[in-house]
Design a protein around this ligand. Structure first.
Ligand code: TYM
Length: 334
């Protein structure tokens, strides 16, 4: 609790171009929860280097991502928006938690399996202990809730296990966090292969809607979206392409799947796809406009970066000091 408010933590990696999946699965829920909770939203650049990055590009993407959080509507005066690398407590707690995490647990992580298959030439130890750093992120702020997409649930589960294990030895040190999944949009699928999740790293640009795509591109990508030959807008487990489009439309408009099926009763996929594309563009166009305005205001963004790193550091270090004491590190002499 901070000032009687429960705490929320979440983060995104500044690798690749952000997709509609990131927006609907995470960012959109951050906005709806931000009044209710004391929020920490991190640009998790420590996580990004588990895969080789071009340094200048990583720096530029990280700044864009931080700006995008604000452009999406998060007020940086109320929400702590900061770079993970500016708060060294993340790395320090991560080391300690590494010593409370089993190899067998990490071996079971599907993201590790996927990423090591994809980057077979660079299966580094950071890729393996990635979930421990994520646990450190969350536990440092004593987060009660962590809004994420479905693909991160396994990492939330291991975070809870590590926290419970630590608490069982040392007393109630960490708050046990709960994941938060939105009603719709928790798993947005690829537009070209609806059996796969929409991903920043997909090589096929038509598979993902990027947050910076212009309206024509968005409409074109939806027109080309892979569906089926049934020709009727229905919400079931066999028409997976249409299921995905209904989820997107539902997340963008707030309509339920039942309402959507009714709305497109007797209409073809062409009409439906156009409506989905327009609903997405209606959300992304204002966001892009705000982003381009904010990006120009260097001094304003710099101020937020500095102020929020200090704020995050204050809360993170409180937990870190407590943990260091519990495990037996010597007290600092002041
Ligand atoms: P990242 O950067 O891959 O994704 C950011 C957020 O977007 C969600 N997401 C999706 N949601 C729905 N459909 C999709 N197709 C889709 N693709 C991505 C993700 O679930 C995530 O919520 N390890 C994390 C970043 C992280 C983090 C944390 C998150 C580091 N520390 C602590 C929460 C708490 C990641 O790589 O997310």
């Amino acid at each position: 609790m901070i000032d009687d408010k429960k705490v929320l933590f979440s983060g995104m990696q500044a690798t690749g171009n952000l997709t509609l999946g990131n927006y609907l699965g995470a960012l959109k829920n951050w906005l709806t929860l931000s009044d209710e909770y004391e929020c920490f939203y991190s640009v998790v650049d420590l996580h990004s280097i588990t895969v080789r990055q071009d340094p200048a590009e990583l720096r530029s993407r990280a700044r864009k991502l931080l700006t995008l959080y604000i452009a999406a509507g998060l007020d940086p005066k109320k929400n702590c928006i900061y770079y993970q690398s500016h708060v060294s407590a993340h790395a320090e707690l991560s080391w300690i938690l590494n010593c409370f995490t089993y190899m067998g647990e990490l071996n079971r992580m599907t993201q590790f399996k996927d990423k090591s298959a994809k980057h077979a030439d660079n299966i580094n130890a950071g890729l393996f202990t990635y979930p421990v750093l994520m646990a450190a992120d969350i536990l440092l702020y004593q987060a009660d809730v962590v809004p994420v997409g479905k693909d991160q649930l396994q990492h939330l589960e291991i975070t809870r296990d590590i926290a419970q294990r630590f608490n069982a030895i040392y007393g109630d040190v960490f708050t046990i966090p709960e994941p938060y999944l939105g009603k719709s949009g928790a798993k947005i699928m690829s537009l070209q292969d609806p059996t796969k999740k929409m991903s920043k790293s997909d090589e096929n640009v038509n598979a993902s809607i990027y947050l910076m795509d212009d309206k024509d591109t968005i409409i074109r990508k939806f027109k080309r979206a892979v569906t089926d030959s049934d020709g009727c807008v229905a919400y079931n487990d066999t028409q997976i392409g249409i299921h995905n489009l209904i989820d997107i439309y539902s997340a963008c408009t707030g309509k339920t799947p039942e309402e959507i099926v009714k709305e497109f009763d007797g209409k073809g996929y062409g009409d439906f796809k156009l409506a989905v594309g327009e609903s997405v563009a209606d959300i992304l166009m204002p966001l892009q406009e705000r982003f381009h305005q904010l990006e120009k205001d260097k001094a304003y963004i710099d101020g937020i970066i500095k102020e929020n790193a200090e704020k995050a550091g204050y809360f993170a270090n409180k937990t870190l000091r407590k943990v260091q004491k519990k495990v037996g590190f010597p007290e600092r002499i002041r």
